[in-house]
Design a protein around this ligand. Sequence first.
Ligand SMILES: NC(=O)c1ccc[n+]([C@@H]2O[C@H](COP(=O)([O-])OP(=O)(O)OC[C@H]3O[C@@H](n4cnc5c(N)ncnc54)[C@H](OP(=O)(O)O)[C@@H]3O)[C@@H](O)[C@H]2O)c1
Length: 309
Amino acid sequence: MWPFSRYHRSEIQQHYKPVVLVTGCSAGIGLALARLLHQHLEYRVVITAREKSLHILQKEFLEDDRFHIRSLDVTSEEERKRLINDISKTWGGVDILVNNAGISYRSVIEHMTAKDELLQMETNYLGPMGLIRRVLPYMRETGRGKIINVSSVAGMLAMPTMSSYSASKYALEGASESLWYEMRPFGVQISLVQPGFIHSNSFRNVYHTDLSDPSRNWSGPYADFYQNMTPFVERMMNLSLTTSEKLAKIILKTMKTENPPLWIPATLDAKMFYYIRRLLPRRVLLPFLYWCLPKARTWGKKYSHRRDK
Ligand SMILES: NC(=O)c1ccc[n+]([C@@H]2O[C@H](COP(=O)([O-])OP(=O)(O)OC[C@H]3O[C@@H](n4cnc5c(N)ncnc54)[C@H](OP(=O)(O)O)[C@@H]3O)[C@@H](O)[C@H]2O)c1
């Protein structure tokens, strides 16, 4: 099946190269996707990074008339507006938006501040929504387009110390589901690529709050949570067979598929959790997952005043 087959109907359209915009390309999945798209001459591509990381892309890629490097902090309304206006002037608009940029806080809810919550939501949810709002008019008018939001297993299931990250991905999932209906009449397709654990160093980029920072030598009621969850997540990522490069290929395949599904569980554990969540009765689901966490039954025990009766 030809990708974007409607582009192949006439002589002129045969040469149409969809315009792809990817956020957060300085590392991980975004960088792997940038490398892949650099070789795919059938697309016009805008890869982006925050100003502070732009040098990484400028060092690795040479810009030409179909491959552009631009600065974008997804949390800045001003930068989103400027970038989409620039792309519209140069190439008409964006045909495929990949909302990949993301951050992840590691903190229990009690240790989060309103400012931390906002940064998490601005990066993983409000920023992507802002970009979507800016690209939709062009997609609707041309009757084609794809929005690929990189979500997570954390958007299907929440884990302790990751509440804010999960909330941001649940929000992204909910809005994408709604958008799927809203865009159906207009030919714009929405997909959520849902990775689980990825074999990468991105756990090193985890954000901490003042109170969850490891340099505080965790003590108190939540120490066990941090002491167990942090190595657990790192272990799972190291054990994962899926790399950022594999994820980039899945995103590229989604771009090329004519009618991609809304939900695309993208790693083995993501597929497993996708079914576990659907098949296990709710009263069993949480105790089962709790039981899977390392030594969870002992966490916080020393500080607990729990009354069972
Ligand atoms: N790795 C995993 O195991 C995993 C699992 C599930 C889902 N995901 C999702 O996959 C996506 C990519 O994650 P990754 O693993 O590739 O993480 P990563 O290696 O930490 O890369 C994240 C990218 O996002 C960028 N970014 C952060 N804040 C930004 C902002 N305000 N504006 C623009 N760019 C920003 C970072 O750029 P800077 O250089 O500017 O910081 C970086 O390029 C995220 O949405 C993440 O939630 C990852």
